[in-house]
Ligand binder design. Structure first.
Ligand code: DQA
Length: 147
């Protein structure tokens, strides 16, 4: 099984970026914990981070036929990007939406996600642990669909 992890803008700054909100783990720390978990499950991980919306759209388009599912932290694009929503609607690859912070407990403009209703589910508010929770959920989802 292959699973992609797509990370949006400013997540490359995790660890130094507003640690009171996002924690002290760097994106590399999170990547290695997800890769460790994936290795123990025999799952291959494709890991990406981009600060550019068009590149994010290209990454979503590239999921089609390539992965069983995805974990997606679209960061600020979550609340703004119809183009990324359209890309997921086009490729129809199942994904879990992940946020380090609880977006529903933050400013009004962050409480709405353009992806949530087309995701399998959301993990939001558990910090970097959320990536592992989302990974486990995605693997279980794919396995349940394989029967
Ligand atoms: C975030 C929440 C978003 O609102 C914000 O723009 C981010 C990070 C999170 O992981 O909590 O960049 O996606």
């Amino acid at each position: 099984m292959r699973i992609a992890v797509l990370n949006g803008p400013n997540l490359n700054l995790l660890g130094i970026r507003e640690p009171e909100l996002y924690g002290s783990d760097s994106l590399e720390d999170i990547e290695s914990s997800v890769r460790d978990r994936a290795r123990s499950e025999g799952v291959e991980i494709l890991w990406h981070q981009t600060n550019h919306e068009g590149e994010f759209v290209d990454l979503v388009q590239g999921l089609r036929g390539n992965v069983a599912g995805a974990l997606v932290n679209a960061a600020g694009f979550t609340h703004t990007s119809l183009a990324i929503r359209d890309a997921f609607l086009a490729v129809r690859v199942p994904f879990v939406e992940v946020h380090l912070s609880n977006i529903f407990a933050r400013e009004p403009e962050r409480r709405h996600s353009l992806l949530a209703d087309i995701a399998v589910g959301i993990v939001s508010g558990f910090g970097s642990l959320g990536y592992l929770l989302a990974f486990d959920a995605m693997v279980a989802h794919v396995k349940s669909r394989e029967g």
